[in-house]
Ligand binder design. Structure first.
Ligand SMILES: [Fe+2]
Ligand SMILES: [Fe+2]
Length: 157
């Protein structure tokens, strides 16, 4: 994330688009692993709750992505190429990580959600009237909280 912040210094909207493109991936990874576990007959009591929650998060992150696209964040092929290679890598890393250690996978993505909220907060110091960004920032905080709850749930099993 620090590398993305450095590379995209001064280019807020493309940076947000890249971050949103990456931020969606872990939720797809979680759902893939949950589906796979289900197919193996490893459906626990928390299964339906987590599937619903992660699916809702994928949709919400897609809405964020669409907002950044409407602002031209994916206009340049170099940004699209960068994000799409990175997301491919991150998706598979998270599939393996979540399959091995869901608690740690939740934890790292909780931190990424907090980082996203901080990123939007910095932008809001310059553009405090940008209501869409305020709403997206609140969504990211909500995601971080949901991941914390999911972590607690999995830890309690
Ligand atoms: Fe987002
Ligand atoms: Fe998020």
């Amino acid at each position: 994330m620090a590398i993305i912040d450095f590379l995209y210094k001064g280019r807020d909207i493309p940076r947000f688009w890249v971050l949103e493109e990456i931020a969606r991936a872990p939720y797809f990874s979680f759902m893939s692993v949950l589906h796979f576990r289900e197919s193996l007959g490893l459906r626990g009591p928390e299964h339906i709750y987590l599937m619903k929650e992660h699916f809702a998060q994928t949709l919400n992150e897609t809405e964020h992505l669409e907002e950044m696209e409407s602002r031209g964040g994916n206009k340049h092929w170099v940004d699209r190429a960068f994000a799409r290679h990175l997301v491919l890598l991150y998706y598979w890393i998270m599939v393996v990580y979540y399959a091995i250690s869901p608690v740690n996978a939740y934890h790292i993505n909780e931190q990424i959600e907090h980082h996203a909220a901080e990123t939007y907060n910095k932008y809001l110091t310059m553009y405090p009237d940008d209501a869409k960004i305020v709403a997206i920032r609140d969504d990211e905080l909500q995601h971080a909280e949901e991941l914390r709850q999911a972590m607690k749930l999995v830890l309690a099993l």
